[in-house]
Structures are given as C-alpha cells and as structure tokens.
Ligand binder design. Structure first.
Ligand code: ADP
Ligand code: MG
Ligand code: ZN
Length: 612
C-alpha cells in the first residue's frame, strides 16, 4: 500500500514536470514573430530576410537582423510559387537562402506525437507500476513453501565464539563435544559412536541460548543455518511442513552443517492439546520435523540445535532419544557469572576508573544476560545525556532501578503529607529488614517515585542462595508488612500505598502453604490448574484438592500473614526511635544508600532478632 501511494506520487510529479516543460517550450516558440505571407513577401522585397527553412507547411525565417520569425505557407503549394504570386521577383528571391527540411524531424514529434501519445504513455506507466506491485504479492505467495533460512556470516572477523559468552562453563563444555564432532566427524564415526542429532537449549529468555548456538557455529567453522520456528506457523496448512523440508534439504546440501531452530516451542507443542480443536498446521509442521530428524542416517553430518524457553510444553516425541536427545539447561546467571557478563559488555564502553562490577552484580539478582547488556546500555545513554565521557558506578546503579522499576518521576507533585507517609512507609520496610537476622540486608531506600511505586526499599540477598528456608520466608513477609505497620502506628491510618505489598505478601504465603509444604498442612504440593490450558496441556482445570483442604489452605495463608504482621508491629513499636530517624533523613535526602542507612542504624546499636 505504501508503495502504491509512492508510485502515484511520482506519476503526478512527472506529469507536472512534463506539463511545465512543454508549456515553456511552446510559449518560447510563440514569442518569435508570426508573419503573414504578404508580410513575408514585403520583407523579402525590402531585403530583410536572410534565410527560410521549410518544414512541411511551417516556415522558419531568419531575418537580416538575426532575429527569427515563423510563418505558414499555403497547403500543397510551392513557396517560390506563392511568393512570386505575392510579387517577389526572382532576383529578390535568390538573395534568400531557402532550404527544405524533412518533416519527420523532432518537431514533428514535439508538435503532434507527444501531445497525443504522452497521456497514453503515462497511463500505461501508471498501470504497469500498479501491476508490478500486485505481482510482487503474487510472487510472495509462490515462495510460501520456501523457508526463509538464513546462513550466518562465517567471516572471520565478525564471528561469534565461546569467548563472547561469559560464564556458562558447563554448558560450553557440553557443546564443545559437538564442535569436535563437526570438526572431525570421521574420527567419531570410525569408533561407531552415534552423534547426537539434536541438542535442545533450554532456559529463560535472554539467558544466551541464541548466542550460544551462534558460538557453536563460529567455533566449528561450518555453515550455520538459522530459522525461527514462528516462521513456520502460517495460515495455510502444509506451508510450515514444506518449509521445514526446505530448511533440512538446504542444511543437508552443505553438510557438515548446523541447523538452528530458534523458539521451537512455537511448533513443538504437545499435539492434540489446547483449546478449540485441531491445530492441523502446527501438528503437520511438528510431524515434519520428526520425520526429517529420523531421516538422518548415521553418516549425516547435520546437527540440529533448537532453543526454547518453554521446555515444559514440548511434545514428548521431540525429546525422545534420536531426536533432541541432548538437553542443555541454561540457568539465569549467578553472581559470579553476572560479573563476568558485565565485564564482557563493558569492554566496548569507556568506564570510569574503579567501577566495582562485583557490587553491581550483587545488586542485580535475577537479571539475565540480555538484561545486563541492556543495563549497561542504559547507563551509557544516561552518562552521555549528562555530558560525561565515561560511565560511572552511580550511573549503573541508577540504571538498575530504572530497568527494574521504570524511570524516576521527579516531576510528579506530591504533597508534604504524602511525602511524609511514603517516608515512614519505606522506613518501616527498611527497619524490619535490618532488624531481622534472616532478612536480606538493605541496599537502598528511596522515596523518589518510579513507575507505579511511590518509593522503594531495595533489600537483596548478600550471597546467591538457591535455597530459601522457612525462617527467611517469614522474615520476608514481615519486611513486606513493615510499610503497612509503620503507617498504622505513625498516623493511625492506612493508605492505598500498602496494597501492592499486601498482594505480594499474600501470594508468597500462599506459595509457602501450597508449594513448599511449610505449613500445618504438612508436606504437600497443591495446585490450581487453570494455567495449564495455555501451556498446551490438557483441558483439565480447577483445583486438584477438596473444598475442605482449600479452606484449610486459606486459614493457613492468613495465619502466616497475621504472624508476619505481629512480628513487624513488635519490631516497629520497640524501635520507633529508629523509624522516626530514618523517615526524617529520607524526607530530607529522598535517597539513602546502603552506607548512609547503616550509619543511621549504627547509632542505635540494636541487635538482630530471630523471626520466631
Ligand atoms: P535467548 O536465550 O533469549 O536466545 P540471547 O542469546 O538472544 O537470549 O541473548 C541476548 C543477548 O544477551 C545476547 O546477544 C548477549 O549480548 C547477551 N547475553 C546473554 N547471555 C550472555 C552471556 N552469558 N555472556 C554474554 N552475553 C550474554
Ligand atoms: Mg533467542
Ligand atoms: Zn511498601
């Protein structure tokens, strides 16, 4: 559609230009003097005419003075004859240089053909352009069955290697085997070893699956074909399957090679699942993948890499040996890996001296590799916009919050009362967090509003611990209650600012009861299956337990919440002085970094308390 408007635009412009050109051309010629025949005869008699060019019935006259003029002669009659009739003598005529020009010259075109043909030509051109567009569409339809398979550039300078992947040591080790095979396939085949046909990379979005696949290709130096499974999902049944066939054929032709199918869950979902009946297209596409992978013979040197962030919904048939029999789990990076990733991506940015990547990585639990890359990018943008030439630690810290919570809303007008409430609320969270032995330490307290949050307290685990204990959960719940309790104790009132805390606390305590088996109900995992339809599993839905158990769950959830509330209230009542001190400084400074906060708390010499 955009092309069409563009074409019409150009057609109109051309038309206007042609019109302007010709009107200029014709008006230029009409400026010369137009003589009648007897005027011409008279001029000749007076010896004022130097030459005449006859072109059909048109006469182009050059006067003695050098100016030009035009005239028309009688139809079908000779010029000399005519002039004689007007009384020009043979002598006078002989002093004029008369020549005859073929009428088929440029003038003929300009005079007759162009005015008649031009509109026609423009019209034809116009339709041709439209049809060309339409044909483009038709060609696309013809290409439907072809996969848009891309071959990654294997140019030496730009290729991705394992060096570009920070951390992920074990994962790289696993993939090295494949690289070795692709480098020397004969060695393995001679030993009768079966080489994995497929390797499935599984992990959270942004954890580096695509990157790792590219690195495998770069290391092995074989052609790397890259398709995204979502490209196989089309409106028309059979198209996806045909594209798969095409992709595999292309890869086999240049074996040894790697065929990388990204986001394979788009087609690899469990068959026969989901709502609304048959997903014929997807199933056919999946079947085709299975067929192609089975079709590889022992000698075939094509390895299929696939990536997904939803291994749980993949069809079992994809996972059985002989297909994607190797699986590589890629976890979100831990504190050391995050540091390595940060250092890697900081290489091409001018960093200020002494940026402590360890501290940044400690502040970014749960960030994926892609998040960390984005974080540094944000920091670089921030530094540039503030006219700096290097990126500082503080720039990165500020960006962490921006990435997690959204941009600062410094402009938002809040009343003094609101500011006071927010300060006490956040001081409540922070106070409970530092007071409890099992709570994560406070890294920052702020009452500058960001995104949806009015203020926030950043308390993060000091070391990466994958396991959490019941007392840690209890401490977390109490910290979440801290804001609510502080408002209640200080103002004798509660605002809506605590609603998000309550939501999170309720969610957490429900998990404690139903998933972690930490309640009176004992060791049991209870589920709500409402999600499973969308996972592509069965239609089964609803609770998997009785009304009675559901009631017990609810009462356990609320008892955890009440306990946390009591704990928070206890701490804040006893340590009211500290609460006031923190809130006071917050209202003044708006942001408290870890050191400032610790300095305030130190003066009170409180001892850490247990949760129970
Ligand atoms: P996905 O797992 O979703 O396919 P990608 O592989 O596309 O994620 O990763 C996105 C980006 O994140 C990469 O281009 C890379 O810059 C960065 N990244 C992720 N993990 C790492 C890592 N371990 N080392 C270095 N960069 C990483
Ligand atoms: Mg990816
Ligand atoms: Zn809060």
């Amino acid at each position: 559609m955009k092309n069409l408007t563009k074409n019409i635009f150009w057609t109109v412009i051309t038309l206007i230009l042609v019109t302007v050109f010709f009107s200029y051309f014709f008006s230029a010629s009409s400026e010369t003097e137009n003589l009648s025949l007897n005027e011409l005869a008279q001029r000749i008699q007076e010896g004022e005419v130097a030459s005449i060019v006859i072109n059909g019935n048109d006469l182009e006259i050059e006067l003695a003075g050098g100016e030009g003029a035009v005239a028309k002669k009688e139809f079908e009659a000779g010029l000399s004859e005519t002039l004689k009739n007007y009384g020009v003598s043979a002598e006078q005529l002989s002093s004029v240089d008369i020549s005859v020009e073929e009428q088929s010259g440029a003038r003929f075109f300009a005079g007759i053909l162009i005015p008649t043909l031009l509109p026609l030509i423009i019209l034809i051109l116009f339709f041709w352009l439209i049809f060309r567009n339409a044909k483009g569409g038709a060609n696309q339809v013809m290409n439907f069955g072809k996969s848009s398979i891309r071959m990654a550039g294997n140019s030496k300078d730009k290729r991705t290697t394992f060096e570009d992947v920070a951390g992920l040591i074990e994962e790289k080790q696993e993939l090295l085997e494949i690289v070795d095979f692709l480098k020397e396939p004969a060695k393995f085949i001679k030993m009768g070893a079966k080489i994995p046909r497929g390797v499935l990379l599984m992990g959270a979005p942004g954890s580096g699956k695509t990157l790792l696949a590219r690195a495998v290709a770069g290391e092995s130096g074989v052609p790397f074909f890259h398709v995204s499974a979502s490209e196989f999902v089309e409106m028309f049944v059979g198209v996806g399957a045909s594209r798969i066939r095409d992709a595999f054929t292309t890869a086999k032709r240049s074996a040894p090679a790697i065929l990388f199918i990204d986001e394979i869950d788009a087609v690899g979902r469990q068959r026969g699942a989901g709502m609304g009946g048959g997903h014929d297209e997807r199933e056919q596409t999946l079947n085709q993948i299975l067929v192609e992978m089975d079709g590889f013979d022992r000698e075939s040197k094509v390895i299929v890499l696939a990536a997904t962030n939803r291994p749980d919904i993949l069809d079992q048939a994809l996972l059985r040996p002989g297909r994607f029999d190797r699986r590589v789990f890629i976890d979100l990076p831990d504190v050391k890996e995050r540091e390595a990733i940060l250092k890697l991506h900081a290489k091409n940015k001018p960093m200020e001296e002494g940026v402590d990547f360890r501290r940044i990585s400690a502040r970014t639990p749960g960030f994926s590799g892609a998040d960390l890359e984005n974080l540094l990018n944000e920091a670089a943008i921030f530094a540039t916009r503030h006219g700096k030439t290097t990126v500082s630690q503080q720039d990165i810290f500020d960006s962490v919050e921006k990435v997690m919570l959204g941009p600062e809303k410094k402009g938002r007008i809040i009343t003094d009362k609101e500011k006071e409430i927010t300060a006490f609320h956040e001081a409540g969270h922070a106070l409970v967090a530092t007071s409890l032995k099992d709570a994560d330490p406070v890294h920052k307290v702020s009452i500058v509003s960001r995104g949806r949050a009015g203020g926030y307290t950043l308390n993060l685990p000091s070391e990466e611990n994958r396991l959490r204990s019941k007392s840690q959960f209890k401490a977390m719940l109490a910290v979440m209650m801290g804001g609510y309790v502080a408002e209640e104790l200080t103002f004798n009132d509660i605002t809506t600012g605590a609603s998000n805390d309550l939501e999170k606390a309720t969610e957490l305590s429900r998990k404690i009861v139903t998933k972690f088996g930490m309640s009176k109900l004992g060791p049991i995992s209870l589920g709500e299956n409402s999600e499973s339809i969308f996972l592509g599993r069965d239609m089964a839905s609803g609770r998997d337990h009785s009304e009675k158990v559901a009631g017990e769950v609810d009462s356990e959830v609320s008892s955890f919440l009440k306990e946390a509330y009591k704990l928070a209230k206890n701490i804040i009542t006893k340590r009211k002085k500290a609460l006031e001190a923190i809130a006071e400084i917050l209202m003044e400074k708006e942001v408290l970094e870890q050191e400032d906060f610790d300095a305030v708390m130190k003066s009170f010499r409180y001892k850490p308390l247990p949760v129970g």
